[in-house]
Design a protein around this ligand. Structure first.
Ligand code: CP
Ligand code: NVA
Length: 313
């Protein structure tokens, strides 16, 4: 295991050098996967995955990724474990982390994953919380590098770039801000009023890493990447109707893509709602890289699990 014990609870848990290594390593792991060339450094290692919210991509990418690397997976949900029957998080962490080598958790408050990690003997990975979704941004940035950069100098293509965030000031937005702060690009954020990003929650030191725009079209001007997410994140379903009204103008459409750079990419972490946060013509159009983005969850997370368990190779 990497020493000292290393968790991945937020994007800022790894250094710039770690990211340069990880993106390069993910490219190698992806190339081997495409060539049916075995990459099994995690034989006999076990990953526990704990889901307190629904998932398609996170579950399959972690589960398939661990098997492909020679390891095994245990899948727990609130409904089928004592986690749903009020066993203290601290106790669960102590027990689970004596039996497996790595834990991935998707849950509600960030404090829950922090309490788990504080009591875990093994690395803990954030598979999404209300505040952050670092594995998704890892995949998004890797996808940008694949399309616009060079995996040998992976961070170079990010410098000075503009990412337009159109929509909710949610877990994805917070994580984009952390990534911009660390890796040296700028996020243009446009949210409806009442749904702004909160610099303190995002945990951003440098306020210059993001700029706020009232008008989503203006946020997209000159952007190298335009990205959005659902109007209502998991756990906020009771606000569905209010959000539907508040977010009506925050739909990424062709006029926003036209305002961005000619070669701007479009990303969405998925699942998407065509006609709400994004027009079908955009997500299914030529600038969209959402399928590469989804696939890359697999490759970057394999590199991440290898790094947390074995260190740099
Ligand atoms: N993007 C993402 O995390 O998808 P899932 O909710 O399907 O895991
Ligand atoms: N912001 C969304 C992302 C889903 C992958 C949510 O938290 O539900």
């Amino acid at each position: 295991m990497r020493q000292p014990l290393q968790h991945y609870l937020q994007f800022t848990d790894l250094s710039v050098e770690d990211y340069a290594y990880l993106f390069n390593r993910a490219a190698l792991i992806k190339a081997k996967f495409k060539a049916y060339d075995k990459h099994q450094p995690l034989t006999d290692r076990t990953l526990a995955m704990i889901f307190e919210k629904a998932s398609t991509r996170t579950r399959i990418s972690f589960e398939a990724g661990m098997y492909q690397m020679g390891g095994a997976v245990v899948h727990l949900t609130t409904g089928d474990s004592q986690l749903g029957r009020a066993e203290p998080i601290e106790d669960s962490a102590k027990v689970i982390s004596r039996m497996v080598d790595l834990v991935m958790i998707r849950t509600y408050e960030q404090t829950k994953i922090e309490r788990f990690a504080a009591n875990s003997r093994v690395p803990v990975i954030n598979g999404l919380t209300n505040e952050f979704h670092p594995c998704q941004i890892l995949a998004d940035i890797f996808t940008f590098i694949e399309h616009r950069g060079d995996v040998h100098q992976p961070l170079d293509c990010l410098k000075g770039k503009v990412v337009a965030w159109v929509g909710d000031g949610n877990n994805m937005a917070n994580t984009w801000l952390q990534a911009a702060d660390l890796l040296g690009f700028t996020v243009h954020v446009s949210t409806p009023s009442g749904y702004e990003v909160n610099q303190a929650v995002a945990g951003v030191r440098n306020a210059n890493c993001f700029k706020v725009f009232k008008d989503p079209l203006q946020a997209c001007q000159g952007a190298d990447l335009v990205t959005t997410d659902v109007w209502t994140s998991m756990g906020f379903e009771a606000e569905n109707e209010t959000r539907r009204q508040a977010f009506a103008a925050w739909c990424v459409d062709e006029s926003m893509m036209a305002a961005a750079h000619k070669d701007a990419l479009f990303m969405h972490c998925l699942p998407a709602h065509r006609g709400e946060e994004v027009q079908a013509e955009v997500i299914d159009g030529p600038q969209s890289v959402v399928w590469d983005e989804a696939e890359n969850r697999l490759h970057v997370q394999k590199a991440l699990m290898e790094l947390l368990l074995l260190g740099r190779q």
